[in-house]
Design a protein around this ligand. Sequence first.
Ligand code: PEP
Ligand code: MN
Length: 363
Amino acid sequence: MMLPAIIKSKDEKALIIGPCSAESEQQLLKLAPQIKSMNPDLVRAGLWKPRTRPGGFEGLGERAVEWMNMLQSDFGFKICTEVANVQHVEIALKAGFDALWIGARTTVNPFYVSEIANSLKGVDVPVLVKNPMNPDLFLWLGAIERFLDSGLKRLAAIHRGFSFYGNSVYRNIPRWQIPIELKRRMPELQLLVDISHIGGHPHYLLEIAQIAMDLNYDGIMAEVHPNPENAWSDAGQQVSPDYFKRHILDKIILRKKASSSPLFNEQIALLRRQIDQIDLQVLDLLAKRMKLTEVIADHKKIENVSIFQPERWDVIIEQLLQQGKTQDLSEEFIFALTEAIHIESIQHQSRKMNHSIPEKERQ
Ligand code: PEP
Ligand code: MN
């Protein structure tokens, strides 16, 4: 599928900056000259703010339109905002917004996405689709497909991280494998990273931006505010234009997609061949391991012993964690890997022990 570049031609990185919310004419008048030298492709500001609990600042809505238009007419910027329903779309299109984005709380809901996508039939406006709140690749993909079905051509995805239960220093965990898989399925789709909503704090913005650039993302969205401490929404994660330029933009190292050095390419090819070889060996060993678990299942069946043995599982995990530590493998990795192997083993055993139950009904 060919999707024309939404914001930039292939090799350039796109930059979208601006405040979380449009708050006042002065706010935008102060911001505009401070971001001019960074030459953003789009200036962002929320007119309608999705707030988790009532009573907070929910955005100034249509009142902010004329200040946003001033960014276009007086400063030559292109502007974008979040649309969460058909009424927002109508207002934004009438006001001549240059692009629209779909927020994470909208992408989660196929009804909302369908309504918005239908309302955009026949309109040629760029739409940036943020990932859904929950780590579900297919909701994200599904939203993009709905816009494609409506005939929209200029689409891009924005990775803003996923909500989670547990501990992380970030506000939303990145789960990089999800956007990477999205890009693998839709290679022409431009993928941007929203460093502010992933990081949730200025301290993490650079490292997130750098990872995204190392993964060949097509651009960055960041919340930039002339007076971040007093922002009406998301004050904790916004940074001033000067901070953004000096501590993030100027520090990002852009890497090339490829090199023309023959020596480099030869070395990489050699190393990759070795890696491919090891991957095949790993698969081979795993298949052998599964075969052994099936033999165990035969024995368990005869003795009518249950498949899952928690004590055994504890021993395996403990053993591998210890071993992993000595080999520079993270606990997180050992857990994920062991869990995946364990689930597959259980499936193999249960297929052996309950082969009268059709596979489909067990999933
Ligand atoms: C935003 O960009 O201000 C916003 C609300 O984003 P998200 O939908 O990613 O939470
Ligand atoms: Mn925000």
